[in-house]
Every structure is written in C-alpha cells, then in structure tokens.
Design a protein around this ligand. Structure first.
Ligand code: URA
Length: 200
C-alpha cells in the first residue's frame, strides 16, 4: 500500500488502521479478554515516537497507552525533556493486553508476531524522526534481537532507517528508582541527537 501525501490522508489512513486493529481476532485469548484495543495517541506528525510493550490493565480500561503508574512517570520524563505528551506519539508494539491472573505479563512470541504488521504499518504512516523504545520487550521487538535492555540502551540503533534509542521501562524505574539516572542519560543522548536543548 502506498503512503498518503497529505496530513488529512495520513489521519484517515491511521483511523482505518486503528479500525482494523479493533476488529482483529488473530489472538483468541486477547480478543476474548480485552476491554478494547489500544492503538496509540498523540501527534501524527511526530518528531519522536515512544514505543512500549503492550497495554496493561489501566490502558485496557481506558483505551490509551501509558495512562497508569508507568504512564505518570513517562509524562514526567517527557516534561523533563522539555516536551509535552501531546507533541509526541505514544504506542505499544502489541495493541491488546496479554491476559494474566494478576498484574501484567509480557506478550508471547506468537502475540508479538501477530501484531507486528499493525505496528510496522503504524510507523510507516507516522514516519517519526526518532523512536524511543521503553524496556526490553519493545526494544527486542522493534530491533528484532534477543539482546538484553542493559546492552541495548545508551546507544543508537535503526529501524527501517529511523534512529532508535532504547531505555529502561518506566515500570522498572518505579521498582528501581536508582536506575532513573541511566534513563535520563539516555534521554539526554536522544535530545542531543534531535538537536534539542538539554534541560537542567
Ligand atoms: N506499559 C507498557 O509497556 N505500555 C503501556 O501502554 C503501559 C504500560
């Protein structure tokens, strides 16, 4: 499929893709347990796109990525970068909440594979100038690697010609606040590459 040439065309194509995601039944266990799909939110002409792993319970309820505790921390990170949640795009590699008895679990290899075409098309339509992967699952999925997040973070990778910076997941930072400085180092590296001022 071709790419839309106007902003309105892009908006419509993203709406169509989101509608397709809403209808998806590829993963029966997620189709039957989800409240709704979680496509993504934000600026559809993004300089920067944040990519997480999959919706958690809060996101499944609200239909928006990163609205729970991890999302509150992500909002703080974005603000500390001198940006706003509205000016970036935020999504996940997997669009449904992987079911589990308590808490949240990472998506299975099959769930990632099933959802990958949606993610790829979404990025193709958004054409972000930069991608920031949050946590190992997103990073491994986007970069098609099994390497751990501590090896992937702190340097630039590439996804289809787009520079990708990986950092620690906000949920991990909530459990390990001592690691926040590593995340901030990564965000400073990203801002530098984006040619943006580095606050603080
Ligand atoms: N964690 C994620 O990876 N994505 C969300 O949308 C929320 C929490």
């Amino acid at each position: 499929e071709g790419l839309p040439t106007t902003l309105e065309g892009r908006r419509k194509a993203l709406e169509l893709l989101a509608a397709e995601v809403e209808q998806c039944e590829k993963c029966p266990e997620m189709f039957s347990t989800r409240t709704q799909t979680v496509f993504g939110v934000g600026n559809i002409v993004p300089e920067l796109c944040f990519v997480g792993e999959a919706p958690g319970a809060d996101e499944d309820r609200q239909g928006e990525p990163f609205v729970g505790a991890a999302g509150q921390l992500l909002n703080k990170i974005i603000a500390a970068m001198g940006m706003s949640r509205e000016e970036v795009f935020i999504c996940n590699t997997v669009k449904c909440r992987p079911p589990c008895r308590t808490g949240n679990v990472p998506p299975t290899p099959k769930q990632r594979e099933n959802c990958r075409p949606f993610f790829e098309r979404q990025i193709e339509l958004l054409q972000p100038k930069f991608i920031c992967c949050l946590g190992a699952t997103a990073a491994q999925n986007v970069l098609n690697t099994t390497m751990g997040i501590f090896k992937l973070r702190g340097r630039f990778h590439e996804y289809k010609g787009i520079p990708v910076l990986c950092t620690l997941h906000p949920s991990f930072l909530l459990r390990e606040p001592g690691a926040k400085k590593d995340c901030w180092d990564d965000m400073k590296m990203l801002l530098r590459r984006m040619g943006r001022p580095i606050p603080g």
